[in-house]
Design a binder for this molecule. Sequence first.
Ligand code: ZN
Ligand code: ZN
Length: 174
Amino acid sequence: MQIPVLGLGEVSAEAINKLKSMLNKNFKKLKFYTSGRAEFPENSFNDFRDQYIAERIMDAFRDDGIQIILTERDAYRKGRNYIFGESEYRGPAVISTKRLDPGFYDKDSDKDKKFRRLEKVAVHQLGHCFGMDNCENPGCVMNSPSSVRDLDEGSADFCEECQVEISTKGLPLK
Ligand SMILES: [Zn+2]
Ligand SMILES: [Zn+2]
């Protein structure tokens, strides 16, 4: 199965390529490829909050099935102040790197750290695209992170139970 990795708005080629290669490394049976760039859908920006609205982005790309959509802009969804990622079963996964760089938190920018976090967010969201739920196991990538600290302490791997479950959902890891 081939899955596109799309840049939304201004996204560095480095971030897109890095994400693609991290996903290809984590999901050996899938083939991730870069599919260029798209503009944000109309009405997907909330001026008052200075953030993009994840639901509006999902609405615009839902019909295209599973794809990874990467933005460097900040986004939120209803009931949440912000998101690292948002995804749907058999639908798109929208991922924002905005809050993944330590630079966002008045620390020195750290690309390596940002990409390690990005990897965990992307694997988690792709799990949802294939029908996985959040997992209670703190050592599992499907454990829902609520902060970058959770991401730093969390795993990029599926726990044993999730590995079994994911293979029944048509996403073999090896
Ligand atoms: Zn989740
Ligand atoms: Zn798990």
